[in-house]
Ligand binder design. Structure first.
Ligand code: ADP
Ligand code: F6P
Length: 325
């Protein structure tokens, strides 16, 4: 048993992601198994300032493995951006006797974790964000479930698009990262994919749609990442003016992508990451994030996570274009 860490804090931060709950369960039960006390902190970093600390027992995390969202709640917390706020948070954690903190969240949350490490807090990050925009892990918790949701949505939109001979513009989330849109486009059989990493134009999209129409397609699916240079509303308005053959409709999928029961993949990933995070803390690790690298869960420095860019794999982009023929 580890003789240094007695009390582990755990919080979820940033946008929620399906799979955060099985991850919390894994962190809590691995901590308890190793003789530690595990303290749940509500509403992300905000809960540190508002003093929302509560011990989590094994039964508190029962029946949550299949639930979307996060039972700890999450938030965006401006105080953490200031050094004074970071110092205050570290002091509060020390005052609560918390020896180490597990942060489940996206890249912003990892920046927060790194800032707390600079104030002397032992921190371990776990990637949870549907955007899949983080360096250091092939997949973050929630991405697979969001992709399944997108796949289902696109299948449904294609049914109606085909019936009416329409082009459907489908906007996905992802902030400045095109991963969700790109993969959704590939698995949904999209005719056109617009992502920030491959800028395009309304004219280029119109041309692709005209060609698809002339090839006898009964529908066209255009997947647009929210961060793409061409915005979905602008595209819809302009395509209505141009004669591309298809009539057009748009669908902004929004927060539907963030909800729902975590997929089998996300539950397994979340569980493996949660267990590894606590094991790593107890083995003396800090300022690292657990990530899926190949088939293995590995530790990557938080400093790398927040500074290294995650490149888009444009092979998928070319592949989708070829297969849209
Ligand atoms: P995500 O973790 O999903 O990327 P955000 O980017 O909104 O979500 O970040 C979540 C929270 O993490 C922020 O509200 C803030 O409290 C903290 N955070 C984000 N960036 C920083 C930063 N540069 N320094 C300190 N804390 C940060
Ligand atoms: O980071 C996850 C995410 O869902 C992004 O894809 C999106 O841009 C953002 O969060 C939406 O944030 P909010 O829930 O604050 O509207």
């Amino acid at each position: 048993m580890n003789d240094k860490i007695k009390r582990i804090g755990v919080l979820t931060s940033g946008g929620d992601a399906p799979g955060m709950n099985p991850c919390i369960r894994a962190v809590v039960r691995t901590g308890l198994f190793n003789g530690c006390e595990v303290i749940g902190i509500r509403d992300g970093y905000a809960g540190i300032y508002t003093g929302e600390f509560a011990p989590l027992e094994a039964r508190h995390v029962g029946g949550i493995i299949q639930r979307g969202g996060t039972v700890l709640g999450t938030a965006r917390c401006p105080e953490m951006f200031e050094e004074a706020g970071q110092q205050k948070a570290a002091a509060i954690l020390r005052g609560e006797g918390i020896d180490a903190l597990v942060v489940i969240g996206g890249d912003g949350s990892m920046r927060g974790a790194l800032a707390l490490a600079a104030q002397g807090v032992r921190v371990l990050g776990i990637p949870g964000s549907i955007d899949n925009d983080m360096w250091g892990t092939n997949m973050a918790i929630g991405v697979d479930t969001a992709l399944n949701t997108l796949c289902d949505a696109i299948d449904k939109l294609r049914d109606t698009a085909s019936s009416h001979r329409r082009a459907f513009l489908v906007e996905t989330m992802g902030r400045n990262c095109g991963y969700l849109a790109l993969m959704a486009g590939v698995i949904g059989g999209a005719e056109v994919i617009l992502i920030p990493e491959a800028p395009s134009s309304v004219e280029a999209v119109a041309e692709s749609l005209v060609e698809a129409y002339q090839r006898g397609k009964t529908h066209s699916i255009v997947v647009v990442s929210e961060g793409a240079n061409v915005k979905v509303a602008e595209l819809a308005a302009r395509l209505d003016e141009l004669d591309v053959g298809f009539s057009t409709r748009m669908s902004i999928l929004g927060h539907i992508q963030r909800g729902g029961r975590p997929s089998a993949f996300d539950r397994l990933l979340a569980t493996r990451l949660g267990v590894k995070a606590v094991d790593a803390l107890l083995a003396g690790g800090s300022e690292v994030m657990v990530g899926l690298r190949g088939r293995d869960i590995e530790l990557v420095p938080l400093a790398d996570v927040v500074s290294k860019p995650r490149e888009a794999n444009l092979e998928y982009y070319e592949m989708a274009k070829m297969l849209a023929f």
